[in-house]
Design a protein around this ligand. Structure first.
Ligand code: UNU
Ligand code: FES
Ligand code: FE
Length: 443
C-alpha cells in the first residue's frame, strides 16, 4: 500500500478507485474513524423527529431526544438484524421492528418484546439489546456529524482550519438551511472520484461543462470551451490538515445559476455585504461574494454560490449513492429561495445537466482501472506544485491560482495519513509538518 499515495510528487495510484481490499480498509480506517455528515438540525427540530442516514455503508437512525440532544443508532434490530425503521423521515416515540415486533424507544433502548414473559421466561437481558449507538454525534453550525470511534478527536478539531472558510457561508449572514429531503441517485463510480473533483477541480469546468456553460449564460460562461483562462488573481485553492479543501473563484458568487437568478442573487447579496464587511472584514466579505467549491473529508461536497450540498455515499468500490440537497441562507427571500431550489435541481441535481456532464468522467475514471494494466498507472495531481504557500490572512496551505490541484494534494495527503494511523491516540494535533509536506512537493 506504500506506493498508493505519493504526497511528495502529487501522484496517486489508479488502483485506489477499484481495489476491493483497499475499499474494506477505507471502511475501517476512514468511515470507522472520521466525522461523517448525518443531516441538518433543522430537519429534526422536535423530540422524536428522525431521519435515516448513511455512515459508510451502515444505515443509521438519527433521532432528536427528549432533552434536545441528538443520538444516532444503527438501524438494525438486535433480534435478527432486520431494518428497524423503513421510513426516511418522520416523528416517532418508538421504533417497532417490522419482523417480530421488538420495539425501541427514541433513546435506542429496547422498550418492549412481544410476549417477553411467556416466550423468554424473563431470561432476556433487555439492557444488552438496545440499538447500537453511534459513539459521537456533534453539530457544527447546525450541520450534524457522527463518529463511530469513541476515541476520535472532537468535531471542532477535526474541521480545524477549514472552519474559517465554512463560517463564510455557514454563519456569516445568520446561517444556512438545507432544503430537503435530499434527491438520491446512483453513479457507477468510486466515492473518491466526485469528492476529489469538488475539492478542487476548476480545471474541468470550461471543458467538461462547455455546453452547460454556454446554455446557462451563467457568470462562468466566458470559460465555455476553454475560450479563456481565468486571469491571474481570479481564484485560489486551499488545503487543510484533515484533507478538507476548497477552491475559490473570486467575485462570481452565483456560480452556475442562470443569468436571471444570478442577477437576483447579486442584488440580494449587495444589501448585506456592508454588514458582513463590518463584522468579518473586507477579505471574508469578498469570499462571501465569491464562489466556493469544496469537500469535507471524507465524502461531503458543497458549492457555495451554486447552493448545493452533496454526500457521496460509498456502495462498494464502484458504486456511489449521491444525496443532493439545495442549500440556502435562512434569510433568503422566499421567491429567490424557490428560484435557487428549482435552478439547483436543473443544474447540479440528480437530473441536472451539470451533474450529467460530470458523471461519465467519474465513471470512466473509476471503472477503467478494472484493467490489470490500467490499474498500475499513476494519476497526476501536480498542477501548481512549487507555488503552494502559507499566508498570514488565511489559514491552510494556499495555491495561488484559480486553477490548480493544491487541494487534491491536501486531500490525498490526509487520506494517506489516516489509512496509516494506528489510532487517534497516536495523532498529534499540534504537528504542523503537514504544511511543509505539501509546500515541499516536487515533481
Ligand atoms: O464541479 C465543480 N467542482 C465546480 C463547480 C467547481 C467550481 C465551480 C463550480
Ligand atoms: Fe484530465 Fe483526461 S484530461 S482526465
Ligand atoms: Fe463538474
Amino acid at each position: 500500500m506504500d506506493d498508493l499515495i505519493d504526497t511528495k510528487r502529487g501522484l496517486q495510484s489508479a488502483s485506489m478507485f477499484i481495489d476491493p481490499h483497499l475499499y474494506e480498509v477505507e471502511m475501517e480506517k476512514i468511515f470507522g474513524r472520521c466525522w461523517l455528515f448525518l443531516t441538518h438540525e433543522s430537519a429534526i427540530p422536535n423530540y422524536g423527529d428522525f431521519v435515516t442516514a448513511k455512515m459508510g455503508e451502515d444505515e443509521v437512525l438519527v433521532v432528536r431526544q427528549e432533552d434536545g440532544t441528538v443520538k444516532a443508532f444503527l438501524n438494525v434490530c438486535r433480534h435478527r438484524g432486520a431494518r428497524v425503521c423503513p421510513v426516511e423521515a418522520g416523528n416517532r416515540r418508538a421504533f417497532v421492528c417490522n419482523y417480530h415486533g421488538w420495539s425501541y424507544a427514541a433513546d435506542g433502548s429496547l422498550a418492549a418484546i412481544p410476549f417477553e414473559k411467556e416466550l423468554y421466561g424473563g431470561k432476556i437481558d433487555r439492557c444488552a439489546h438496545g440499538l447500537k449507538e453511534v459513539a459521537k454525534v456533534d453539530s457544527y453550525r447546525g450541520f450534524l456529524f457522527g463518529n463511530f470511534d469513541p476515541g476520535a478527536i472532537s468535531l471542532e478539531d477535526y474541521l480545524g482550519d477549514v472552519r474559517w472558510y465554512l463560517d463564510i457561508w455557514m454563519e456569516a449572514s445568520g446561517g444556512v438551511e438545507l432544503i430537503g429531503p435530499p434527491a438520491r441517485s446512483i453513479v457507477h463510480c468510486n466515492w473518491k472520484a466526485p469528492t476529489e473533483n469538488f475539492v478542487g477541480d476548476a480545471y474541468h469546468i470550461g471543458w467538461t461543462h462547455a455546453s452547460s456553460l454556454a446554455a446557462s449564460r451563467s457568470m462562468f460562461a466566458p470559460m465555455s470551451g476553454n475560450q479563456m483562462l481565468p486571469p491571474a488573481g481570479a481564484g485560489a485553492q486551499i488545503a487543510t490538515r484533515f484533507g478538507h479543501g476548497l477552491g475559490i473563484l473570486y467575485d462570481v458568487h452565483p456560480g452556475v445559476h442562470t443569468a436571471q437568478t444570478a442577477e437576483k442573487m447579486l442584488a440580494w447579496q449587495a444589501t448585506k455585504k456592508d454588514k458582513i464587511a463590518e463584522k468579518y472584514g473586507e477579505l471574508k466579505a469578498r469570499f462571501y461574494g465569491s464562489h466556493l467549491n469544496g469537500s469535507l473529508f471524507p465524502n461531503v461536497s458543497y458549492l457555495w454560490g451554486t447552493n448545493t450540498l452533496k454526500i457521496w455515499q460509498p456502495r462498494g468500490p464502484s458504486e456511489t449513492e449521491v444525496w443532493t440537497w439545495a442549500m440556502a441562507e435562512k434569510d433568503t427571500p422566499e421567491d429567490l429561495k424557490r428560484d435557487i431550489y428549482n435552478g439547483l435541481h436543473g443544474s447540479f441535481g440528480t437530473a441536472g445537466y451539470w451533474e450529467a456532464d460530470d458523471n461519465d468522467n467519474m465513471e470512466s475514471a473509476s471503472l477503467l482501472p478494472t484493467g490489470w494494466q490500467s490499474r498500475k498507472l499513476r494519476l497526476n495531481a501536480q498542477m501548481g506544485i512549487g507555488n503552494d504557500t502559507v499566508m498570514d490572512e488565511m489559514p491552510g496551505v494556499i495555491g495561488q491560482a484559480a486553477i490548480g490541484e493544491t487541494s487534491y494534494r491536501g486531500y490525498y495527503r490526509f487520506y494517506d495519513e489516516i489509512l496509516k494511523l494506528p489510532s487517534w491516540d497516536a495523532f498529534d494535533l499540534n504537528d504542523e509538518g503537514w504544511k511543509q509536506q505539501l509546500i515541499d512537493a516536487d515533481r
